[in-house]
Design a binder for this molecule. Structure first.
Ligand SMILES: [Zn+2]
Length: 283
C-alpha cells in the first residue's frame, strides 16, 4: 500500500440504510457499547483477564474512571488524534488491577500482535485493516481487493461506532489469541446477564462488510449502516471484503456488495411455466 504524505482532518459520517435500520439498531448498539465496557471492567476486576485494551467512541468514556475506581482498577486513557484537533472523539483505554504494576506500553496486546503494533506506531498509521488482511491465511487477493470469510476479529470494522474490545493492530484477522479472547469475552457477557447482546456481537462477525480506502477517506459499508471517516492517504483505492453468511434484521437490498440482491423468483418456479410443462407432458 503506497501511502501519501497528507492527512484529512478527522470526520465521521454515519448513514443508516433506512429509517427501520436506524430505529432497530441504534438502541441495540448503545446497549452493546455499555455492555462491552461494563463486562471488560468487571472481567479484569474478577481476574478473567490481567489487562485489556479497548477503544471507546464518544462520551461513553465519561463514567468509566469512577466505575473503575470502585472496582479497584487502574486505568490509562488516551484521546486519539492530535492535541486541540476538532472532530469525533475516541479514547484508547488500558485497564488492569490497581495492585499490579502500571500498565506498560504493550499491556493488553497479545505477544503475536506486538510486532504489528510497533510497525503501525513507527509509521504513525491510523488503521491496520489492510496490513492485517494481507497477512491473513486463506485470504483471496485480486488486484487491490482482499476477500476473506466471516468469523474474523471484527472490532476494527465497527470501531467508529462501537467499542472495540480488542483495540490493537492484529497480527492477522483470524489472530488465534484474539479469537480465543473474544470467545472468553462472549462467555463472560453471558455470565453477566448480557446473553442477547453477546449473540448479536458474535453474529456481527458473520455479516458481510466492505472496508474501502482511497485518498485518505475510508468508506465502511455494512448491511445496516455506512460510515465514512478519515484514514491513511493512499494513491488509489484499497478494498477488504468480508464475505459473511449471516444477515441482520433490516439489512439493505441492493446489487452492490455487501448488500443482498433482491430475491427474484426463477422462471422455472412460476406457475405458468409449470402449467406449460404439464401441457407438453400430456401431448
Ligand atoms: Zn495476534
Amino acid at each position: 500500500m503506497n501511502r501519501l504524505e497528507f492527512s484529512i482532518p478527522p470526520f465521521l459520517s454515519v448513514a443508516w440504510v433506512s429509517e427501520e435500520a436506524l430505529k432497530h439498531w441504534q438502541p441495540i448498539f448503545k446497549q452493546l457499547n455499555q455492555a462491552l465496557i461494563d463486562t471488560t471492567l468487571s472481567g479484569v476486576a474478577q481476574g478473567v483477564w490481567n489487562s485489556r485494551r479497548i477503544r471507546i467512541p464518544g462520551a461513553a468514556v465519561m463514567k468509566l474512571p469512577e466505575t473503575a475506581k470502585a472496582l479497584g482498577l487502574a486505568v490509562r486513557s488516551t484521546q486519539t488524534g492530535l492535541p486541540g484537533e476538532k472532530g469525533p472523539v475516541f479514547h484508547d483505554v488500558v485497564i488492569q488491577l490497581r495492585h499490579t504494576s502500571q500498565p506498560g506500553d504493550t499491556a493488553g496486546i497479545p505477544d503475536c500482535c506486538v510486532a504489528r503494533h510497533n510497525e503501525m506506531q513507527g509509521n504513525a498509521r491510523q488503521e491496520s485493516i489492510w496490513e492485517s488482511a494481507e497477512a491473513t491465511p486463506g485470504r483471496k487477493f485480486d488486484t487491490d481487493t482482499i476477500t476473506l470469510h466471516g468469523g474474523y476479529v471484527h472490532g476494527a470494522v465497527w470501531h467508529k461506532l462501537l467499542v472495540n474490545p480488542f483495540s490493537y493492530p492484529l497480527c492477522h484477522l483470524y489472530c488465534p489469541t484474539t479469537l480465543r479472547l473474544t470467545t472468553e469475552h462472549l462467555e463472560w457477557m453471558r455470565a453477566e446477564s448480557h446473553a442477547g447482546l453477546a449473540d448479536i456481537w458474535a453474529d456481527m462477525a458473520h455479516w458481510p462488510a466492505e472496508w474501502n480506502a482511497s485518498h485518505g477517506i475510508c468508506e465502511m459499508r455494512t448491511p445496516v449502516v455506512k460510515l465514512a471517516y478519515e484514514t491513511d492517504a493512499t494513491d488509489r483505492p484499497f478494498r477488504v471484503r468480508f464475505d459473511g453468511t449471516a444477515w441482520p434484521t433490516h439489512g439493505a437490498f441492493g446489487l452492490d456488495f455487501p448488500y443482498r440482491s433482491p430475491e427474484r423468483k426463477r422462471m422455472t418456479d412460476s406457475q405458468s411455466f409449470k402449467n406449460g410443462v404439464d401441457l407438453l407432458r400430456n401431448l
